[in-house]
Design a protein around this ligand. Structure first.
Ligand code: ADP
Length: 814
């Protein structure tokens, strides 16, 4: 660094001007304007002496007359190159040149201007290759910024790209950065050149990124604008040409819209309204951006099946045949559906008769024409006010039964998932004024179906949420309610659409999360999940053929043995439905099809032995029954969204002070069950031959593995109590015994839900005995015979009975 402060000036105080919102860097030249009288007198004083002056950023931009402590202690020593007063003589413009970084050592006076003693700050130099490379990179980046439109003074630009010493480069680029004054001050204060370059690089890189984004955005806007301008121009030109050719006043597009509108057969009042909209489009200049929104709107209106229906032909016998042909088992469910269809048929017949009577009454012209406005007969509808709701885990055939119903009725089938919807507009559409507005999912489904009476499946209604964007379930209720849905109002359409002939079917995994108002409307049909035997029949009789057909394989090419199918079910899947099973079968077909297509093999027979070649190693190795009995561990039966399941309760005892630790994501109710179980054991210590205050010297830890899955509900009570007693009395539990039931403090066992699902899960897991609450004995009749035969059921009303059956040794013997 050149020593700028000669010995004469080294100790001499110099005038200082605080700057509100900028930093002057060494190695730069810049023009500054001064208005405050204190600043002007400082400038005058400096200019009349050796032209040296110190600039420092004030800490508070707003302070008009900052105090000494409000001024940054590090600033820049500058030389005034030129100075001009404006005409009124109030302001001074000055061209100044930054000479060096300085530190203010002392304020000598603050009137009439600041006088300070300063010390030059020495820079820490660095001429390593890294610094050279960094300098080059910054120069290049600077060029890029300039090309992207960064505002830079031409001389500065030329200076920088011509190549500078690293320190100069850092300062010059820093002075052009588009950053806050504090950030510039920070740069000024970095004495190590390499560090300063790094910081400059970081800030400049960010600036370039912002510039790139700005450019992208502006070019996109331009593109969009160009496109709509072009379209508008072409339309105008087309209009002019048509006029020249004398093709009538009515533009072709408008004519087409009108023709289509007439064909729709929509209610007259609505037709008039839409006709008005067409007129509005006709009168609109093609340059009006609204024209394109209006066109989209009319497209939607004209694409809806206002009066298109599939013929109504419910033949119950045919329906039964279709349902049976497509699905194995599910007898109860099929029966309920057939009953439902029978009622539907009777209603339709009555409606039809009434309609005929009504149209007979008004025989003559006028009345017959207005028939479209007649709203569907309300009396008939009110009695059919239930909507089917299929409840069950994934893959149990809910969708496919829905499809079969549509097939049996000869109607179209559409499915819309409502999972994760939180916004009312998803159901009911956005208002047209909203940019990118569209109708809601119901109307979208109707358009997709192309008829106004499809079978419309609303999937996952238990996953509809509510938040500040309105309540989607109330919109849903309006769509489903036969008393209101003949005039369903979608915000986008603005005109009512008649949904009364749609057959809605809803599906969900659980019922709890469905709002009660909606649930009241639903006729619930439970799909409990399949037993291994049922799965075997479904796989052999339906899925296997379906997958083979889908992969273009015939019977000669691919076969599977019965044991092969059982092996896939037992060792490659563990689920309530058959979705993964179908996936595994598809995987086999895919592999075989590939081998055949490559000419490797002509015939394949799948057996348990060669399965691993197609599906890899077994995914589920052993069933529970194959494991050994253990102390402090019991097998509970649970019911989750994915169907029934077995879960294990582990209890560990440690020396401690009587505290209870619960882990494994247990819900509140389940935690309470744990506490109740502990209290039960404590109060029955005599029965278990435990010392009276046994709990004072131990800590009890209850854990339910698979910690990522939240678990809740009271039904694990007996399983927790069993694991606890087993741990305390060192009496192992029988591994092949599963149990479920709520317990009270006195040891009574209370009724629980989901028995069928739980028993099927127990069977799937290979359990031999299932302990259920006494009050659940009545649920046994729902359970398939073969399972009833292969499992021993114990009905308990007291925990002691549970323990007697679940523990290996009698409880009173230690
Ligand atoms: P969900 O809608 O309940 O999740 P799906 O209807 O998608 O289940 O069923 C998954 C697959 O299993 C489908 O290919 C379906 O045809 C088949 N499937 C389910 N249950 C049966 C059954 N009882 N008989 C024949 N196939 C079935």
């Amino acid at each position: 660094m050149v020593i700028l402060l000669g010995s004469s000036s080294q100790n001499k105080p110099l005038p200082l001007v605080p700057i509100r919102d900028g930093v002057v860097f060494p190695h730069t030249e810049t023009v500054l304007t001064f208005g405050r009288s204190k600043s002007v007198s400082a400038m005058d004083a400096a200019f009349s002496q050796d032209r040296l002056i110190v600039f420092a950023l004030q800490k508070n931009t707003r302070a008009n007359d900052p105090k000494t402590e409000e001024i940054n202690s590090k600033g820049t020593l500058c030389q005034i190159e030129r100075m001009i007063r404006d005409e009124a003589g109030n302001n001074v413009n000055a061209l100044v040149k930054g000479l060096a970084r300085v530190e203010i050592e002392q304020f000598e006076s603050d009137q009439p201007y600041f006088l300070v003693k300063i010390k030059e700050i020495n820079e820490i130099k660095d001429e390593s290759d890294e610094v050279i490379a960094l300098s080059k990179h910054i120069t290049q980046l600077f060029r890029t910024a300039a090309n992207l439109g960064k505002q830079i003074d031409f001389l500065t630009f030329m200076n920088i790209v011509a190549g500078l010493l690293p320190g100069e480069l850092a300062d010059q680029v820093a002075s052009t950065l588009d950053v806050k004054p504090e950030q510039k001050q920070e740069l000024l204060e970095i004495t190590n050149i390499k560090e300063r370059l790094l910081k400059v690089n970081e800030l400049l890189t960010h600036e370039v990124r912002v510039l790139e984004l700005e450019k992208k955005i502006s070019s996109k806007t331009q593109e969009r604008f160009d496109k709509s301008m072009r379209e508008a121009m072409l339309r105008e030109r087309m209009k002019a040409i048509e006029k020249e050719l004398g093709e009538g006043d009515e533009n072709k597009e408008i004519k087409e819209l009108r023709d289509n509108l007439k064909k729709l057969g929509m209610p007259k009042d609505i037709e008039e309204k839409i006709d008005k909209e067409i007129k509005r489009l006709e009168q609109m200049s093609a340059y009006n951006p609204e024209a394109s929104y209006l066109r989209t709107y009319l497209d939607w209106i004209l694409a809806l099946p206002w009066n298109v229906k599939s013929p109504n032909n419910v033949d119950i016998n045919d329906a039964e045949k279709t349902l049976n042909k497509d699905h194995y088992g599910l007898e109860k469910i099929k029966d309920r559906i057939l009953e439902y269809l029978a009622v539907l048929k009777l209603h339709q017949q009555r409606e039809h008769e009434e309609e005929q009577n009504a149209s007979g009454d008004k025989q003559n012209g006028e009345a017959a024409k207005t028939e479209n406005i007649v709203r569907p007969n309300q009396e008939g509808k009110q009695k059919m006010a239930t909507i089917l709701c299929f409840v069950g885990p994934p893959g149990v055939g809910k969708t496919s039964i829905g499809k079969s119903i549509a097939k049996a009725l000869g109607r179209k089938f559409v499915k819309m998932s409502l999972g994760g919807i939180r916004d009312e507009a998803e159901i009911r559409g956005h208002r047209r004024t909203y940019v990118g507005a569209l109708p809601g999912r119901i109307i979208q489904g109707i358009r997709q179906a192309g008829t106004k009476n499809p079978v419309f499946m609303l999937d996952e209604i238990d996953k509809v949420g509510t938040d500040f964007r309105g309540d989607p379930s109330s919109a849903l209720l309006e769509a489903l309610d036969p008393e209101q849905n003949y005039a369903f109002s979608d915000h986008y359409l603005e005109v009512p659409f008649d949904l009364s002939s749609v057959m809605f079917i809803t599906t969900c995994n659980v019922l709890d999360t469905i709002p009660p108002a909606l649930r009241d409307r639903l006729e619930i049909i439970h799909f409990p999940g399949y037993t291994q035997e049922e799965k075997f029949h479904i796989a052999g009789g339906y899925l296997w053929k379906k997958q083979k057909d889908a992969h273009g394989l015939d019977n000669n090419e691919l076969t599977v043995t019965n044991n092969g199918i059982r092996e896939i079910i037992n060792r490659y899947t563990r689920e309530a439905g058959v979705r993964n099973l179908e996936r595994e079968l598809a995987a086999i077909c895919r592999k075989v099809a590939k081998n055949i297509a490559r000419g490797k093999k002509r015939k394949v027979k799948i057996t348990p032995r060669n399965l691993h070649k197609y599906l890899g190693p077994r995914k589920f190795s052993e069933t529970l029954a194959e494991k050994k009995d253990e102390v402090g561990m019991s097998t509970g039966l649970a019911w989750t969204e994915a169907g029934g399941d077995v879960l294990f309760i582990e209890v560990a005892l440690m020396p401690g002070k009587g505290s209870l630790l619960l882990t494994g994501q247990l819900g509140e109710v389940m935690q309470e069950s744990c506490k109740a179980a502990v209290s039960y054991v404590r109060s029955h210590y005599k029965l278990f031959k435990l010392p009276e205050k046994f709990y004072q010297k131990i800590d009890i830890h209850v854990h339910v593995p698979e910690g990522a899955v939240p678990k809740d509900g009271p039904s694990a009570g007996v399983a927790i109590a069993t694991a606890l007693v087993s741990a305390l009395t060192k009496n192992p539990t029988k591994r092949d015994v599963g149990m479920t039931g709520e317990i009270t403090l006195r040891g009574r066992v209370l009724e629980i839900g989901g028995v069928k699902e739980k028993v099927i899960a127990a069977h799937r897991a290979g359990l031999k005995t299932v302990i259920l609450p006494k009050e659940n004995e009545k649920d046994l009749e729902d359970i398939p015979k073969n399972i009833r035969k292969s499992i021993k059921f114990v009905f308990a009303s007291q925990v002691e009975e549970v323990l007697k059956n679940a523990l290996k040794n009698p409880i009173d013997k230690k």
